[in-house]
Design a protein around this ligand. Structure first.
Ligand code: ZN
Length: 144
């Protein structure tokens, strides 16, 4: 893909200028802060989970373009999904950034798959995984 880099930048800019999920969530039933001291990214992720399905989610906070876009794309992907599926997607994302996810798995991440190249940018890894790592911690602790 020759224009992959331009496409990547366009998506990052779009999610930063027009984040779909960056807002308060007053009726959330889960809340967790994610902090990346290396870069200063500081987000609070909130989820509303009903019958083991992520019915809504949002984040607040601040950080670099990658951390914000990654959290926004993550919420695009997991809202409406069962908890198990959201955990499965988070696992793929975290492995993608480590460079161990397959192409088929990365396809499951839809738009978030564009962050694959971050695996070659060690300084940005913690930015990209911040939201996903926070999501995984929140949902993993919810076993009934
Ligand atoms: Zn960052």
């Amino acid at each position: 893909m020759a224009d992959n880099r331009a496409f990547y930048n366009e998506i990052l800019i779009d999610h930063n200028m027009h984040p779909g999920h960056k807002h308060e969530l007053p009726d959330a039933d889960m809340e967790m802060r994610g902090y990346n001291p290396t870069c200063g990214d500081d987000i609070t992720l909130r989820l509303k989970v009903e019958n083991d399905v992520v019915v809504d989610g949002a984040f607040t906070g601040s950080g670099c373009a990658i951390s914000q876009a990654s959290a926004d794309m993550m919420l695009d992907l997991v809202i409406g999904k069962p908890r198990e599926e959201a955990l499965h997607l988070a696992d793929i994302f975290l492995r993608m950034i480590k460079g161990t996810a397959t192409e088929d798995e990365i396809d499951e991440l839809e738009e978030a798959g564009i962050l694959k190249d971050v695996s070659h940018m060690p300084a940005r890894v913690k930015c990209a995984v911040l939201g996903w790592h926070t999501l995984e911690q929140m949902l993993d602790g919810e076993e009934e």
